[in-house]
Design a protein around this ligand. Structure first.
Ligand SMILES: [Zn+2]
Length: 484
């Protein structure tokens, strides 16, 4: 129903990669000309989306008894070396600081790839008694990993934005509860506020976070049928508390090791997910909660009546602003059509168009970005309609993505069927599996990179046959996919 020109972007379904590379430039999200591989510049549009995303998670963490803190970006080598598994997992991707001014440092420092080894030596000082527990702290920061795989803006870089929460509990039971709370926080934000569906996976033994007893991860499906891990929570148990001497005197006077968890929320990756999942060939489609501008008002000018139109637009603008909406009145010189194009590209969820005919009839034209539909609304009902639309848009976005995810979970009953799906369809492939790392390696080699992502958390799925790879006894149903 729109009188518009061809979409400004390549077809997302046909060529996601090209679509993605164009939208991040056209919507002025990032600039890749910084000149250091894996390091990119976040422009205001994406930085604002990320700030809103940070707030959603920070508010949820605060509400669940966490406190914010800030640790240094550098970690001394002797801290980093304390937990053996952890060094093994990360040493290959660490950036080192070895020089300051003209002086070689006698003790090398590293840029945090994650902050367990920065925070836990201090936790050992702070925790003395069971009264000091639980300790629940998080940082909103950047971490640095020397990725050797191909980098992709916001998806895989050498610097990324995230939140890391590190908790210490008195009992293992409390730590397990913490992991569940971390899951709930993530589900609430991703599902309820961002319209992002996911599979929550228990990672296989060989793919756990370095030093963790259990790792749980949120995997999302991208339009090209590859998957991306966007948040993880780990049960660390006593692995780190033993290495870092995090002990406390319990109620009965005995000395015990703290039971730990850590929780990572990939903010830049969630931004990439919002862009990729919800966007279309006309640009971004932002969920209300993170949109830098939630409502834009575009005046439709007419000679001789422009004063009246401006007045009405300003009146509506203030009404919405007073309600707490992030609203913009586009008073620029551009033609309305150019303004529509621009704000659609930026993903503003709701646009109001106000012209002489609307004013005459006491109406406002409301455009919803997700469906690209216009409706006529009585001026007096505008707040009510917007209130309803913010829910409807989110629901529409979520439903689309849920359908997409559902359609891309395939079940393979034999090795041949599995290889056929991997080759031609992608997405998640459900198989009966022996839980053996060797079979996971076979999968990787034969499919050119598919990985066993794990078992679905919270849903007991029993294998019906044997492992489809080796024919041995199947122990679980796992989901296999190609990850970024
Ligand atoms: Zn097997």
């Amino acid at each position: 129903m729109l009188e518009d020109a061809a979409p400004p972007l390549p077809d997302k379904e046909q060529n996601f990669s090209e679509w993605y590379n164009e939208i991040i430039h056209k919507a002025e999200l990032v600039d890749l000309r910084y000149g250091v591989k894996g390091f990119i510049v976040y422009r205001p549009n994406i930085a604002t989306i990320m700030r809103q995303t940070y707030r959603l998670f920070e508010d949820a963490l605060d509400e669940h008894g966490h406190q914010i803190c800030n640790f240094p970006v550098v970690i001394p080598l002797e801290f980093f070396q304390k937990e053996a598994e952890h060094i093994k997992g990360f040493s290959g991707e660490v950036f080192w600081v070895t020089r300051a001014g003209d002086t070689e440092l006698d003790k090398a420092l590293l840029l945090r790839p994650t902050s367990e080894t920065a925070m836990y030596p201090l936790y050992a000082y702070w925790i003395r008694s069971y009264r000091d527990l639980p300790l629940k702290l998080y940082q909103s920061n950047t971490v640095y990993r020397y990725e050797t795989k191909a980098t992709k803006p916001l998806i895989r870089g050498r610097e990324f934005y995230w939140i890391e929460a590190h908790d210490v509990h008195r009992t293992l039971e409390d730590a397990v509860k913490q992991v569940k709370e971390d899951m709930k926080i993530t589900i609430d934000v991703l599902h309820d506020q961002l319209g992002i569906p996911f599979l929550l996976m228990e990672r296989p033994e060989w793919d756990r976070f370095a030093g963790a007893e259990k790792s749980y991860a949120f995997d999302v499906l991208f339009p090209d049928r590859n998957v991306l891990q966007i948040a993880t929570t780990h049960l660390l148990g006593e692995n780190f508390s033993r290495a870092f001497e995090i002990t406390f005197e319990d109620v009965d006077g005995t000395k015990k090791y703290g039971q730990q968890t850590c929780f990572g929320i990939g903010i830049s990756r969630i931004a990439a997910t919002i862009i990729s999942m919800h966007g279309d060939n006309y640009g971004l489609i932002l969920p209300f909660h993170v949109a830098p501008t939630q409502i834009v008002i575009v005046p439709i000018p007419k000679k001789g009546q422009n004063e009246l139109i401006t007045e009405k637009c300003e009146e509506i603008y203030h009404k919405l602003k007073d309600r707490g909406y992030r609203v913009k009145l586009d008073n620029s010189e551009d033609r309305p059509g150019a303004k529509f194009y621009h704000w659609e590209l930026l993903g503003v969820p709701i646009r109001l168009e106000i012209g002489p005919k609307d004013i005459e009839k006491g109406m406002i034209t409301v455009f919803r970005r997700d469906k690209r539909e216009r409706i006529q609304v009585k001026e007096g009902k505008i707040l009510e309609v917007i209130e309803q639309l913010r829910e409807d848009i989110l629901k529409e976005l979520r439903t689309r993505r849920e359908k997409d995810l559902e359609e891309n979970i395939h079940e393979a009953k034999s090795r041949e069927e599995f290889l056929e799906i991997a080759k031609n369809r992608g997405g998640f492939i459900k198989i009966d599996f022996c839980d053996n790392a060797k079979c996971a390696e076979v999968i990787k080699v034969e499919t050119g990179g598919y990985e066993v992502r794990g078992k679905l958390y919270g849903k007991e799925e029993k294998p019906k046959g044997n492992c489809i790879i080796c024919g041995g006894k199947a122990k679980s149903v796992v989901y296999v996919a190609k990850a970024y």
